[in-house]
Design a protein around this ligand. Sequence first.
Ligand code: ATP
Ligand code: MG
Length: 308
Amino acid sequence: MNKKSQPLADELKPYLAPFRYDGTGEFHLKSHKTDAKGGLDKEKATRIIEANRKRLAEFQEKLYAQDRWSLLLIFQGMDAAGKDSAIKSVFEGVNPQGCEVTAFKVPSTKELDHDFLWRSMIALPERGRIGIFNRSYYEECLVVRVHSEILARQKIPQKLVTKDIWKERFEDISAVERYLSRNGTVILKFFLNVSKKEQRERFLERLEDPAKNWKFSLADIGERALWAKYQAAYQDMIHYTASRAAPWIVVPADHKWFARVVIGSTIVAALEQLDLHFPKVDKADRSEFKQVREALLAEEDGAKKKDG
Ligand code: ATP
Ligand code: MG
């Protein structure tokens, strides 16, 4: 088969299937390797990353012009897992007008006055746009689960906070994602799966390189100490919220270049399935365009004659 007509999903298969979990079958985070390379080296990976950037830029133009689907990309991971740099790299060359990145930090007082999904709902992408969530409502089943004092600060009526709260959050999130997908939002969720050892290396780099100092926060060390609790929370979160409408992609993140191959490939393969195309101009418009074009050409001819 000639290369051009081969679907991206086939060409990129080695970087898609092994990492995707859509809720069918079992899920064990522990069996996912953090240092997988998919048989690539950095040089080969760079070529794939660049090809995917081009594909993404083309798909994004059509997504925007067609103005029907929207794409929601969620990024989760421990500190220094590479969320920021992956977003920066994968979206290089994509028209910023069609994308919006929202970084979710500790909720403000105003945000705490609402239900936990509120701030994310108002940040959802419009039709034709790509919305990128750097952290998301999933923090509500991660940091909030690991630190019970954060849950206590949320202003939920006491009676509603029971031992079932995490199960309920998984259910509510899944229901909202199903609703969004039924309304034309394509959802892809990336968990950047980094090892504790690699996080140590990256923290050391942040401490040693003055240009990276700002990225380090003392609080990060406190979260690192809770590594096992976070892993358990991620395991549960992925297990209970992965669905065909909103799959989780467990991205091996020890090698940043491989993480970018997996993320970019997943996005372009999903966009390819939408059969995006530029809106077709109807017959009446086409004949009007023809007349306008002729008038414009006549204008130029006229101007030339006058100049000459
Ligand atoms: P970097 O990797 O550069 O440190 P970051 O995403 O960690 O980026 P920070 O400014 O450090 O950005 O802050 C984000 C913090 O906000 C994280 O510790 C995260 O757990 C926390 N956070 C996000 N959402 C919530 C939430 N709903 N409730 C409580 N804490 C939250
Ligand atoms: Mg941080």
